[in-house]
Design a protein around this ligand. Structure first.
Ligand SMILES: [Zn+2]
Length: 383
């Protein structure tokens, strides 16, 4: 049993009881499709994407490299790939690190970076400073200067659709984001989610689901959930939110720790939420109206991947600001059911948003488990 059964969790159990949570019969045809998911191939996808380097949405060349690779992978499966343009404003500014040499380091006094780096917060700046220190230069401070007008660039969301074979209405969406913050190769965040979706694409290309499934590779998640904002606006425009069964968002599903005291929590509230202190689970985060979707994922995980621990923050996620930090939040805001599946990012790993977020830091066994559970849930929900 993977849900924490402690006195603290009676409320969660009460939720589960309210919402059903009956055991799901194991279907041989689903189990067979799950075997398409290959751990070694997950690792290959991850290494290939990360080898292209950091890919913030403002960096057009980096984005083009990532998109060409992703498109190539999908087209090699015989899939046709749709695009949605995601615009972003790039400030016409420069970020300057003022330096002094330490112990025989070189005498350079300044290093300049694109001004948009500043948008990405303290971890990115700290990583720059650490990198320079390793080269024998100490950062005295950063300054940001405007040097020209802002420019506008666009990056695509890539969309792939598997048309349902049953003719029944309803579309299930799955998402991951392919961008990363400056300086970070984005191994777990979110190369892991992209790799998972590519393996799921391979499986669905062979065995189309009964109802339509759409995979969304979002742009610009790190710059403020930009790709999902564009996509959800399109869904609402087309009235497609009505037929949407929901979204399963995979953001950072690669870090796993088996030692005790390896897991922090945004909040631990007795009788409401008590995240385990060993970081070996995937968190299932849903808001109140996404409870059915969260139950469906957890039931599928129980039935098909019983060895995968998960922590249920199903239904209660909407109460915590930290639970809104990925693309699923755009769906919540539009009233569309969505759950986030995550290793919890910086609550589990110091590599979060840093150059250390490499493919080597990703636990492929864990990633495989999450990918299989997501595919199982997909096939059960899109029945
Ligand atoms: Zn992310």
């Amino acid at each position: 049993m993977k849900r924490l059964i402690s006195p603290r969790c009676v409320v969660l159990l009460a939720f589960a009881a309210l919402a059903g949570g009956c055991a799901l019969p194991r279907r041989a045809e689903v189990a067979e499709v799950l075997d398409e998911i290959d751990r070694a191939r997950l690792g290959e996808h991850l290494r290939e994407l990360c080898s292209l380097g950091p890919r913030p949405i403002e960096d057009e060349r980096a984005t083009a490299r990532a998109v060409a690779w992703l498109r190539g992978e999908l087209e090699a499966l015989g899939l046709s790939v749709g695009e949605e343009d995601v615009p972003v404003t790039v400030p016409g500014s420069t970020l300057t690190a003022e330096l002094r040499p330490i112990e025989g380091g070189d005498g350079t006094s300044q290093v300049r970076y694109p001004g948009f780096y500043a948008r990405y917060g303290a971890r990115v700046m700290e990583s720059i400073a650490r990198g320079l220190r390793a080269e024998g230069r100490e950062v005295q401070g950063f300054s940001l200067a405007t040097e020209g007008p802002p420019t506008r660039v666009t990056a695509p969301n890539l969309l792939v659709e598997f048309e349902g074979t049953s003719g029944r209405a309803g579309v299930l969406e799955l998402s991951a984001h392919y961008d990363s913050v400056p300086g970070a190769p984005g191994g777990s965040d979110d190369g892991s989610g992209v790799a998972a979706l590519l393996e799921i694409a391979r499986a669905l290309a062979r065995r189309p689901p009964p109802r339509t499934v759409r995979l969304c590779f979002f742009a610009g998640e790190e710059a403020g959930l930009l790709g999902s904002a564009v996509h959800v606006a399109h869904l609402l425009e087309r009235g497609e939110d009505e037929t949407l069964l929901g979204l399963l968002d995979l953001d950072s599903v690669g870090w796993c720790r088996h030692e005790p005291n390896t897991q922090d929590a945004p909040a631990r509230i007795p009788l409401v939420t008590w995240m385990p202190s060993t970081g070996d689970f995937v968190a299932v985060i849903g808001d109140w109206s996404s409870g059915g979707l969260g139950n469906a994922f957890e039931d599928a995980a129980d039935t098909y991947i019983p060895e995968l621990p998960y922590y249920s923050a199903n239904r209660i996620g909407g109460w915590f600001a930290d639970a809104r930090r990925s693309d699923h939040a755009r769906y919540w805001d539009a009233g569309i059911p969505a759950i986030l599946l995550t290793d919890t990012g910086d609550f589990r790993s110091d590599a979060y948003h840093r150059p250390e977020d490499t493919p080597e830091g990703v636990d492929l066994e864990f990633l495989e488990g999450v990918t299989r559970a997501t595919l199982a849930a997909t096939l059960e929900i899109a029945r």
